[in-house]
Design a protein around this ligand. Structure first.
Ligand code: 5GP
Ligand code: MG
Length: 276
């Protein structure tokens, strides 16, 4: 399954100034993980299976994958420090060594994301040296990069375009592993603020106070009635004394301050109804 980044949905600001844009929703991850589990169950039933997750990015993937596997298996994790200096198993530096013997077992290595493929290759090479009965790999994400073509994994959750992704176990400087969905990290320098245009209407004597009946207003997307009102009051300060009592509507309905505005909305301000 191949995915392209979607443009819709909310964005989560990060402490480093960028944003996380939702990419693969939780429901889609769970659907695909169940498919992978079914495939793995079919292939490995009756075998002596050792599933080995590469820390730390596989924690959520492993937890979800294994709970849908309906055969007896042994679960282990390994940690490796970096793949920077050398690609042979001899150079592999474990931060957590395998906890179970590999010899004679059917080993399935689980990785969060494949980019150059070096991390996974290193772990596979190290485990292969210990003579497993079979050795296969399963990755949640395979990042398609024109400059690298790693050995394809035996099982793959999603093939994705070249983005830095976070969530569902994957981190950004140690954070965001706990997000239940996968998002794309966009650094502050690349974030463009989308602008929407709404219509603003002043009714009754508000029309006289502003000298305007209908006008257009540009706002950042995701803007709420409260922020729009603030902008309007700073443009037409004559409304300020009436701001507490004014009634606000979006379209034909009264709107609360936290109502999010969409492009094309019509925002009306009118004085409270007198008499009765
Ligand atoms: P490779 O060795 O295949 O080049 O890189 C894989 C490792 O780099 C993964 O185990 C993961 O830790 C990290 N990595 C690669 N791409 C991403 C990404 O988009 N997001 C995060 N959080 N980690 C990544
Ligand atoms: Mg990793």
């Amino acid at each position: 399954m191949e995915l392209k980044a979607s443009e819709e949905a909310e964005r989560r600001p990060t402490s480093c100034g960028g944003i996380i844009r939702p990419f693969i929703p939780e429901s889609e991850i769970h659907r695909r993980v169940r498919e992978l589990s079914a495939e793995i169950s079919r292939d490995y039933r009756e075998l002596d299976v050792l599933m080995v997750g590469i820390l730390n990015g596989t924690i959520l993937f492993m937890a979800d994958l294994m709970r849908h596997l309906d055969f007896d298996l042994t679960v282990d994790f390994v940690g490796i420090s970096s793949y920077g200096d050398g690609t042979t198993s001899g150079n592999l530096s474990w931060t957590k060594q395998p906890g179970y013997p590999v010899r004679g077992r059917h080993v399935l290595v689980i990785e969060d994301i494949l980019e150059t493929g070096q991390t996974l290759d290193n772990v596979l090479a190290a485990l292969q040296a210990d003579d497993p009965a079979s050795l296969k790999s399963c990755v949640l994400l395979h990042k398609q990069r024109p400059d690298f073509s790693p050995r394809p994994p035996d099982y793959c959750g999603f093939r994705i375009e070249d983005h830095f992704v976070v969530g569902y176990g994957l981190d950004l400087a140690g954070k965001y592993r706990n997000l239940p969905y996968i998002g794309i990290y966009q650094p502050a320098s690349s974030v463009t603020v989308e602008v929407i245009e709404i219509e603003v209407r002043f009714w009754s004597h508000f029309k006289d106070l502003t000298g305007v009946a209908v006008t257009k207003l540009q706002l950042p997307s995701g803007c709420r009635v409260a922020e729009a009102t603030e902008k309007i009051l700073s443009k037409w300060p004559s409304l300020e004394p009436h701001s507490q009592s004014a009634l606000v509507a979006v379209g034909n309905e009264y709107a609360t301050e936290d109502r999010i505005l969409s492009a094309g909305d019509s925002l009306s301000f009118f004085p409270p109804v007198q008499g009765g």
